[in-house]
Design a protein around this ligand. Sequence first.
Ligand SMILES: Nc1ncnc2c1ncn2[C@@H]1O[C@H](COP(=O)(O)OP(=O)(O)OP(=O)(O)O)[C@@H](O)[C@H]1O
Length: 251
Amino acid sequence: MRVVIESRDLHLFYGKKEALKGINLTINKGEITALIGPSGCGKSTFLRTLNRMNDLIPNVTITGNVLYNNENIYNPQTDIVELRKKIGMVFQQPNPFPFSVYENVVYGLKLEGKRPKEELDEIVETSLKDAAVWDDVKDKLDKSALALSGGQQQRVCIARVLAVKPEVILLDEPTSALDPVSSGKIENMLFELKHQYTMIIVTHNMQQASRISDRTAFFLDGKLIEFDKTKKIFLNPSEKKTEEYISGKFG
Ligand SMILES: Nc1ncnc2c1ncn2[C@@H]1O[C@H](COP(=O)(O)OP(=O)(O)OP(=O)(O)O)[C@@H](O)[C@H]1O
């Protein structure tokens, strides 16, 4: 199993508040890793450290390392645009641009420079198919993405990430704003994609974590309490706190 991302003694402070307290975690290639834990425990903060999204927040201090393919992404030389192409991100609220479906999907590719139309057409079709939304939008590629349903918008946002061929996809509660049918479609799609991409998903939905992830990390108050195979975490956790959280005793 190849390790793609590794955090080593990672601490993050918002001003004086320590939101991550020395996280050591490894992410294996081709797996889905779920991050679970009660509200405010640091899941999203940790996720954002993996492609330096926290750089955008003022007064953030980070110590420790995040290695991506053995390179520390916090090196000053890191090209952040390149990093975010390799490690893409999907947010809780679908955030399509106010452009057509087609323009949304090719957005990142166009930033890279001109490409022949046939090549773009092919990438749009493949990305939308992989994101399980092609049948919904194939006749509306030139229509505004904002006119789609929330679930369709989220799948178009996933297609936009897939189009630039990332190695890793970070998903921050990607289905929590959606109805159960749309959530189910996205869950199935993520499961199908896991052979092509490495994914890390923050979720409050325990069924979702147990259905789709290979490994689960349980966070509490900025600490990583337990990290193991998902089956082990859900059926026979080593830590009492994990068991209490999974069984709904708090959080
Ligand atoms: N931009 C910020 N500025 C200051 N504090 C922040 C900021 N973002 C998060 N925090 C704080 O850091 C801690 C961890 O927040 P984070 O959003 O990572 O938790 P979470 O586990 O993802 O929570 P949720 O499940 O509610 O999304 C919380 O105490 C939160 O209030």
